[in-house]
Design a binder for this molecule. Structure first.
Ligand code: C5P
Length: 398
């Protein structure tokens, strides 16, 4: 849990008093906790207790009273490694299931990209009610994790199912989940991303439309799973977020080649996602080339193939993956590239698929493995495509 960022959502149930213990347990494990509490939650536990334990002001309202500061639920949602709602009342569960975003906790939930865990706490009949069960089923179907309540004496003095799971058990669930997301801990992974620019003169270059989005998503995904990532990036406007990414900016294929060859020997794997220019001008002109009425011939020379060079130096315990962006005879071309470059697998995307390839936020890929297995995927956001690719990579690194 060390360094993990957790949003703890607290709602208006008597079990809210256990949230103080839950915060302590998370912090003892090295996590950072930001509490978001509903207005009813504050009736059960005071924000002062929670902010003293977390070392952060508790967020409850969209605006901070008096000074008009607006709390961005979007930033908060993106900040977290996990969101936990404990205790979760029937009301909050109903609002979450139906997108009724009338408080800071629900807007944060709707903006959160991180996995969400819900620990219901309520009276047995409320919990058993078909509405509550239906809402929980809905939340499950959206990919949320429900931490089932226990059976025992409830605040109403009735006995039954509805007691919030004990804080230590909730921490255990999170620990197990986050550890399984750390399958690449201790691994060094090199990722190339973006286009390369091959200079013609001080103002002109040969380039391509690669945005770097896919490669940057791969770098973030590897880092989120615990890897130390070296991201060798061509000229792009993408930003890196994760602290475990060491970014090295390059411009030309030659520069990318030099960095890749010096980093790969100490790496466990490399994913070649860059759209490297195949040719560069034979001569670079120090002066801006002047316009004339004659035809102009630019002589080009092949660039080194970075993936093929890494394929030659690859050791048995190293993994190498590449990309193939094709317009025709997709599978045939991809398979021959995989062989020629000595890759373990190649990610094929076809420019024929609308929404796939350069500059889009989505991609549709098929992974072709050197053992002959083929894994097709649906059209998805590049972040999810990255997760699919890194899961395949993770199996090689086990
Ligand atoms: O041969 P082609 O360029 O189509 O192969 C694409 C794959 O090879 C991609 O993984 C790309 O990053 C990599 N590549 C490379 N160096 C080059 C050309 C391509 O690493 N000079």
């Amino acid at each position: 849990m060390k360094g993990k960022k957790i949003i703890l959502g607290i709602t208006g149930s008597i079990a809210a008093y256990k949230a103080a213990y839950l915060v302590r347990a998370f912090i003892k494990k090295g996590a950072e906790v930001q509490v978001v509490i509903t207005p009813a939650g504050k009736e059960f536990i005071t924000p002062v207790t929670l902010s003293a334990l977390t070392g952060k002001p508790v967020i409850s309202e969209f605006f901070t009273a008096n000074d008009g500061t607006w709390h961005s639920h979007v930033d908060l949602g993106l900040w977290a490694d996990a969101m936990v709602i404990a205790p979760a009342t029937a009301s909050t569960i109903g609002k979450m299931a139906n997108g009724i975003a009338d408080n800071m906790l629900i807007t944060t939930y709707l903006s959160a990209k991180a996995p969400v865990f819900i620990a219901p706490a309520m009276d047995l009949d409320m919990f058993a009610h078909p509405t509550t069960q239906h809402n929980l089923d809905l939340l499950r179907s959206y990919g949320n994790h429900i931490i089932e309540p226990g059976v025992g004496e409830l605040a109403s003095h009735l006995e039954g199912k509805g007691r919030m799971e004990e804080p230590d058990k909730i921490v255990e669930v999170l620990e197990r989940f986050l550890a399984s997301r750390c399958d690449l801990a201790g691994k060094k992974i090199v990722v190339t991303a973006g286009p390369t620019y091959e200079k013609i003169d001080p103002v002109r270059f040969i380039g391509n439309y690669s945005s770097g989005k896919m490669g940057f998503a791969l770098a973030e995904e590897c880092a989120e799973r615990g890897a130390d990532v070296v991201l060798i990036a061509g000229p792009v406007s993408q930003k890196t977020v994760h602290r475990s990414i060491r970014r090295i900016d390059v411009e030309s294929a030659r520069e990318m080649y030099d960095v890749a060859l010096s980093e790969y020997p100490t790496a466990d794997a490399a994913i070649m996602c860059a759209a490297v220019a195949d040719y560069a001008p034979e001569h670079y002109s120090d002066m801006k080339i002047k316009r004339s009425s004659d035809d102009m011939i630019l002589r080009l020379r092949p660039n080194p193939d970075i993936a093929a060079a890494l394929g030659k130096m690859k050791r048995d315990n190293q993994v190498l993956a590449g990309f193939a962006l094709e317009t025709d005879h997709e599978e045939e071309h991809a398979l021959s590239k995989m062989k020629r470059k000595n890759l373990d697998f190649i990610v094929l995307n076809s420019l024929k698929d609308e929404g796939a390839g350069f500059r889009c936020d989505t991609n549709k890929v098929t992974i072709l493995k050197s053992d002959g297995e083929q894994i097709p995927f649906d059209m998805k956001p590049k972040k999810e495509v990255a997760a699919d690719i890194v899961s395949v990579l993770g199996k090689y690194l086990k």
